[in-house]
Design a protein around this ligand. Structure first.
Ligand code: IPM
Ligand code: MN
Length: 373
């Protein structure tokens, strides 16, 4: 298996977590004889500083010429006063648009080992396993007109969707549901917004093509509450761009930390893989960042761009094993527990990466031993 991967590590904790994700990909390639190549390119704040643009042409060209793009995070406090079009985030949005992936898959899983780390009671989160399908290329993020007129004191964004845009992302959600527990919850605000009424009508149209999948509609405000009250009731959650952005951060509470959540963006020319968390400038360079979101993102890359389902599962098992052994970055450690307490062992970003690496080797060795007999 050959795979050309463009690595855009970006800002803040992006480079440190991406490094660990790449070393896991290297391990998988080496253990199973795949040929993966990696090209590092700048994006976001680091690209603004070096090249005056959050998405330099060379980064875009390399990304378009690759089989998959692995992103760390973008954003930094020094850019906070700039208009949206000049911020690091603009580079990510331009990259998403150019690569064309419109369906952003964001799993949110309650890992048994982390049951005590969520502020939600274990009996509430137990067994929760949700796949968010977030529309990524339309809605308020990309709709025009958009403006902020400082003279008149009026600002404007446009929530825009076409029926086609909803149909295509809804199909992805129903296809995913078919491989899971066959239920789609579509999120909207159809009691207020015309765009949501179109959304609901188009999703209902697609549902007719999938009689084996149950469709329910929820208003976004109610959904935000149900996610915390009864997370087990959800299978696939389908949401427009901004609602999906908000609900997936909220759903991190089910897992225990935003640092755990991976994502894959599919449906375009080149798939884009990025953890859900941001650049976390406050902890960048301190070794506190959780690399598991990035590592699980690498697993999604193996699954969706390389078709290596077994290898993806092996990486996910390795993460599970490391968590079960009690290793924790600070974000997933129970507060007030320095060092080794209650079976928890606090580790750095790099140590966590190494532990997953070792667990992965163990899984592959065991597999080989089984094949040998
Ligand atoms: C995310 C992030 C991005 C988004 C930002 C960095 C532009 O919050 O991937 O969830 O809003 O899509
Ligand atoms: Mn977000």
């Amino acid at each position: 298996m050959q795979l050309k991967i463009t690595v855009v590590a970006g800002d803040g904790i992006g480079p440190e977590v991406t490094r660990e994700a790449v070393s896991i990909l290297r391990a998988v390639a080496e253990l199973n004889g795949h040929q993966f190549t990696y090209t590092d390119m700048p994006i976001g704040g680091v690209a603004i500083r070096q090249h005056g643009s959050p998405l330099p042409a060379a980064t875009l060209d390399a990304s378009l010429a690759s089989d998959a793009v692995l992103l760390g995070a973008v954003g930094g406090n020094e850019f906070n006063s700039l208009p949206p079009s000049q911020r690091p985030e603009a580079g990510l949005l331009q990259l998403r648009q150019a690569l064309g992936g419109f369906a952003n898959l964001r799993p949110s899983i309650a890992y048994p080992a982390l049951a005590g780390n969520s502020p939600l009671r274990p009996e509430v989160t137990e067994g929760a396993n949700i796949l968010f399908v977030r529309e990524l290329l339309s809605g308020l993020y990309f709709g025009s007109p958009r403006s902020w007129n400082k003279d008149t004191g009026v600002a404007l964004n446009t929530m825009y969707y076409t029926r086609e845009e909803v149909l295509r992302v809804a199909r992805v959600a129903f296809e995913q549901a078919r491989k899971r527990r066959k239920k789609v919850t579509s999120v909207d605000k159809a009691n207020v917004l015309e765009v949501s009424q179109l959304w609901r009508a188009a999703v209902t149209e697609v549902a007719a093509e999938y009689p084996d999948v149950t469709l329910e509609h929820q208003y976004v405000d109610a959904c935000a509450m149900h996610l915390m009250n009864t997370p087990r009731n959800f299978d696939v959650v389908l949401a427009e761009n901004l609602f999906g952005d908000i609900l997936t951060d909220e759903a991190a509470v089910i897992t225990g930390s935003l640092g755990m959540l991976p994502s894959a963006t599919v449906g375009g020319k080149v798939n884009l893989y990025e953890p859900v968390h941001g650049s976390a400038p406050d902890i960048a360079g301190t070794g506190k960042a959780n690399p598991l979101g990035a590592i699980l993102t690498a697993a999604m890359l193996l699954r969706h761009s390389a078709g290596l389902e077994q290898d993806a599962l092996a990486v996910e098992s390795a993460v599970n094993n490391v968590l079960s052994q009690g290793h924790r970055t600070t974000d997933i450690a129970r507060s007030g527990q320095p060092g080794q307490q209650s079976g928890q062992h606090i580790v750095s970003t790099q140590e966590m990466g190494k532990l997953v690496f070792a667990a992965l080797h163990e899984i592959f060795n065991r597999k080989q031993a089984l094949h040998a007999v």
